[in-house]
Ligand binder design. Sequence first.
Ligand SMILES: Cc1cc2nc3c(=O)[nH]c(=O)nc-3n(C[C@H](O)[C@H](O)[C@H](O)COP(=O)(O)OP(=O)(O)OC[C@H]3O[C@@H](n4cnc5c(N)ncnc54)[C@H](O)[C@@H]3O)c2cc1C
Length: 408
Amino acid sequence: MEQDADIIIVGGGLNGCTTALALAQIGQEVILIDAMDSSTLASDIFDGRSYALALTSKNMLNVLGLWGEVADKSCPMLDIKVSDGRAGEGAAPWFVHFDHNELEEGPMGHMLEDRYLRQALLKAIDDTPAITHMESTKVVDQQIDVGGVSVTLESGQVLHAKLLVGCDGRSSQVAVRAGIGRKGWGYDQTSLVCAVAHGKPHDNTAHQFFMPAGPLAILPLNGNVSSIVWTESTERAEEISAMDEADYLDCLRPCFGDFLGKISLAGGRYSYPLGLSLADRFVDHRLALVGDAAHGVHPLAGQGLNLGLRDIAALVEVLADAMRRGEDIGALNVLQRFQQWRRFDTAGLAAATDGINRLFSNDNPLLRTVRGLGLGFVNSNPAMRRGFMRQAAGLTGDLPKMLQGRIV
Ligand SMILES: Cc1cc2nc3c(=O)[nH]c(=O)nc-3n(C[C@H](O)[C@H](O)[C@H](O)COP(=O)(O)OP(=O)(O)OC[C@H]3O[C@@H](n4cnc5c(N)ncnc54)[C@H](O)[C@@H]3O)c2cc1C
C-alpha cells in the first residue's frame, strides 16, 4: 500500500500537536488531523484557561524547541500550600507547605496560559516541513490491515500510513472503532475555570483548598493574576455558571478568602464536568492512544496534560529504538513496549487522584480530623514532603529521555 505519511495523528489538541513535533524530531513524516480550525483554538485573547506544567514537562518542551517561545510568558510555582477549607472560614490550621528550596532541580512546575502553549505549538508545526496539518476536517473511519492503516475523512479522502495515533480526547472514536473499551465513572463534580486579577501579589505560590464539594486551586500567573480551578457539585456548578459576573464572584469570594486582596474576573469562564476514564488498552495493531484518549483523570493534581506529555515521550523513544533495530513501528510487539511503560504510571495516578478526591471532598467531621492529622504529619516530615514534591515535578519513575531534557 502506498503511504501518504509514516504516521497519522487524529486530534490536534495539545497532545496531538506535541506528538506531531516529537515524531518529526525522530525523522517521521506525519499527517496531523483536527476537526477544528486552529485559529479558533489559539486565539490571541486570554480565555482564562491555563496549565500547571511539571518540571519534566518543561524539559520536554525545551527539547522540542518550544520552551524558549513561552518561557517569559510562564510563571514559576515556587511554593505550593495545601489545606482543608470551608467557605467563609478560610484555610484550616493544618496544611502542607511545599517549598521549592527543598528541591535542587528547580521549581516544581510553571503555570502557562493555554493560548501561549497552543500558539507556540502551531507555529512550530507550521515551521516543520515533515508535518502536514489538516484542519477543520473530521476522521470518520479507519481500517487497520497487516501492511498499514488507512483513515477516511468526512470529505471521503482516504489517507494511508504505517501507524495511527489517537489523540482525539476522552471520547476517542479512534479507540471505539478499534474496539477498545474504557473503564470509568463521573464524579458528579464540575470544575469552574477562570482567571482572577487581585490586589495583592501571589508571590508565585499555588494554593489548593480542599472544600467539602471539591478542591479549589488558585494558581499563579504573570502579574497579579491567578488561574482558578474551582470544583463544585455539578448541580451547584450549573447554577453558578448561569450567574452574571458579580454574582459569580460573590460565590467565589467566601471560598477564596481575602489573602490576595480584591478580586475581579480576567478572561472567560469555563466549566468542565469531571470523570475518570481509562482505556482498557493503549495499543492495538498499528494503533496507539495518547493523552486524554488513553486516560482522563481528576484535575486536582493538575497532571492530565503532564501525563499526556509522558505518553508522547515514551512512545517516541520506543519508536526511535524500534527504527534503529529495523523493526516495523506499527508492529504490536513494538507498541506493547510503550503500553507497558505507561500503563502502571497512569493507573497509579488515576487511583491516587480518585482516592484523594473521595477522602477530601466531603464534610464528614471524622474524615476532617483524619485529613488534618495527615496534612500535619506530611508537613512535619521533610522526606515525605520531598517525595510529594518530586512526584509533582514529574521526577519519579522510569523517565523517558525527553522528560530528562535529552534528545531521543
Ligand atoms: C478543569 C481542568 C483543569 C486542568 N488543569 C490541568 C493542569 O493544570 N495541568 C495539566 O497537566 N493538565 C490539566 N488538565 C488536563 C488537560 O487539560 C488535558 O489532559 C489535555 O488538554 C488533553 O489534551 P488532548 O490533546 O489529549 O485532548 P483534547 O484537548 O480533548 O483534544 C482532542 C482533539 O481531537 C480532535 N478530534 C476529536 N475527534 C476528532 C475526529 N474524529 N477527527 C479529527 N479531530 C478530532 C478535537 O477537535 C480536539 O482538538 C486540566 C483539565 C481540566 C478539565
